[in-house]
Design a protein around this ligand. Sequence first.
Ligand SMILES: O=C(O)c1ccccc1NCC(=O)[C@H](O)[C@H](O)COP(=O)(O)O
Length: 209
Amino acid sequence: MTRVKICGTTTVADGMLAAEAGADAIGLIFAPVSRRQVDVQTARQISLAVGPAVGRVGVFLDQPLDEVLRLAAAARVSAVQIHGRVSSLYLETLACYHPVLRVLTPAELAGAGAPPIGHTLMLDAPTPGQGVPLDWEALRPGFLPGSWLAGGLGPENVKQAIQVLQPAGVDAVSRLEMAPGHKDPARVRAFIQAVKMASWSATNESYPQ
Ligand SMILES: O=C(O)c1ccccc1NCC(=O)[C@H](O)[C@H](O)COP(=O)(O)O
């Protein structure tokens, strides 16, 4: 089954909405450049509210390692998502503390090998959180099994993305909002439902009859 992460959660109410709609994970963005940045106290409240079955992913962009470790611990996240230019040592050190969702752009994927244990790859647009879809067909030859997909996904196009790439998980934010940082409940529910339906179809269609 394709996992589903609802990113850019800034309130307990929106965290609960995603959890009740069946999300596997929520994203808590700590990148200061983001219009969806959440403060660490609120992030911690959200983490504790969504229950044990929902992953809480701290999202970071070009932030120092000590800042990532401090915020991740304080917010009680269960994984970290790392965008931007960071070293292998940075990622290896982080993976000693948290599962790492390493975000690559399509251009960066070209030179990437299989990720080390503790790391999962996610493909996303060069500028995250802008609602711009990737070219899924062009990605297909190099898309590594087990990778996640983000970039411009919403209820209307996620089925096609899953059919083309069969990602292990999908992640979205812009197309699920009424305004940056504020979820549209109907679109969050529709997105999660669409992922589950598409993933169920992909799994069952591949079974021999
Ligand atoms: O969404 C942001 O504002 C953001 C800013 C800086 C770093 C990461 C950010 N988002 C990370 C995500 O996981 C988004 O869900 C992902 O980029 C997809 O976004 P969208 O294309 O808007 O669905």
